[in-house]
Design a protein around this ligand. Structure first.
Ligand code: SF4
Ligand code: SF4
Length: 381
């Protein structure tokens, strides 16, 4: 069913008020379509969506408005500086105000409101993953707060990277602590799914906790937490010192605080997560870490760094089922296999989830491991 929001000026005002002011700049050159990864698996024209947004022909019940994973490719190519992702998010905000949203996002939203995380784990269990580790409890005197993302706290596979991170920090003698059940989701993905109010509620709760507890420096694993804490929370006039684990580990290595006692005899290819690479420009530190590991051979995939192929999990799509024929992570896995690497490594819990799923469903005899870079380091300490 098609719902026409409202024509022309009113529609533009609605979109502008919802965050997509730049739609009028678009002159329909189509460069955005040329780089959008979804065109490798299906017909999807973001140019057309921008056009429809300009003319108030927004079909808010059409599933196309949920396709974009906010990978960040098209805004970098647009010659008119159109904030394409913001326009799409504006349309989603309008849709969610009408209570129109994909079922997976609806479930995640309910979980975020009830338990502060999208996966539905109990809030009081947020730190259960760290049981048995000698993790320092929260202390205002600790130099650094380690903030694992919700996925790492509640999902078994990605939990391994939180455990690896803690073990590495302990080995390096880092003065850090966890914050436990008082933390909630950073809110980045639900915001990109159009639920601005839920995002704001989560952000305010985290900010209050950080301020009340005197937190100033926060170490994050997820590129999505990095994006929200570093680039989006400042909209609330706060300024925390945010560091991604890839930057911090490189500092530890360079300072001689992490000693590799074993070699890693294998070929590794690195996948740039969209919110670490394109959105935040962190391309080198993950590769430099991998190059420091004795015996490890680093190889590049067909699309890397600024051209990295999205796994498909951004902007709330991590909660939405994608049909087998349309999975970007399957294409990425294929690119990794073409390098003949033993390991596809990355630094993002969403990417890990998607690649593991693609590997599990792979028709080929795919002989490759999916690993977070912290798990590789843990093996060689
Ligand atoms: S690249 Fe920019 S100007 Fe060109 S069609 Fe896309 S949004 Fe419009
Ligand atoms: S941000 Fe990425 S996924 Fe979204 S429309 Fe642009 S190229 Fe496509």
């Amino acid at each position: 069913m098609t719902e026409r929001v409202t024509p022309l000026k009113e529609a533009m005002d609605l979109i502008a008020a919802s965050g997509g002011r730049s739609a009028t700049l678009c002159y329909q050159c189509g460069l955005c379509d040329a780089v959008c990864p979804w065109n490798r698996v299906k017909d999807f024209t973001v140019r057309e969506l921008v056009r429809e947004a300009q003319f108030g022909l927004v079909e808010i019940e059409n599933e196309r408005i949920w396709q974009c994973a906010a990978c960040g490719s098209c805004p970098t190519r647009c010659p008119r500086g159109v904030e394409i992702v913001e326009i799409l998010l504006s349309v989603r905000r309008i849709a969610t105000e009408h209570n129109i949203l994909p079922q997976g996002v609806r479930v995640a939203r309910g979980n975020l409101i009830a338990e502060g995380n999208p996966w539905g784990g109990k809030r009081k269990e947020r730190e259960a993953w760290a049981r048995g580790l000698s993790v320092p409890a929260f202390s205002e005197n600790a130099a650094l707060l380690y903030f694992p993302c919700c996925t790492q706290c509640y999902e078994q596979r990605t939990m391994k990277s939180a455990v690896a991170t803690v073990e590495i920090l302990l080995k390096a003698g880092v003065d850090f602590c966890l914050i436990g059940r008082e933390a909630v989701c950073c809110g980045e993905s639900i915001r990109k799914a159009g639920e601005e109010d839920v995002y704001k509620r989560l952000a305010r709760e985290n900010i209050k906790t950080f301020i009340d507890k005197g937190v100033t420096s926060i170490l994050v694993s997820s590129p999505h937490c990095y994006q929200s804490f570093r680039k989006e929370y400042p909209e609330f006039r706060v300024d925390f010192d945010i560091i991604h684990i890839s930057q911090y580990l490189l500092q530890l290595i360079r300072a001689g605080r992490l000693e590799f006692t074993r070699a890693y005899a294998g070929k590794v290819t690195y996948h740039d997560p969209c919110f670490l690479g394109r959105h935040n420009g962190i391309y080198d530190s993950p590769r430099e870490i991998l190059r420091e590991i004795p015996g490890l051979e680093l190889v590049e995939m067909a699309d890397s760094r600024v051209d990295s192929l999205c796994c498909g999990g951004g902007a709330g799509r991590v909660w939405v089922e994608t049909s087998k024929a349309e999975r970007l992570s399957d294409l990425r896995l294929k690119q990794a296999l073409e390098t003949e690497a033993d390991v596809l490594a990355t630094f993002c819990p969403y990417c890990i989830l998607h690649f593991e799923d693609s590997l599990l469903r792979s028709d080929d005899d795919a002989d490759i491991e999916i690993r977070d870079v912290t798990e590789i380091i843990q093996d060689v300490l």
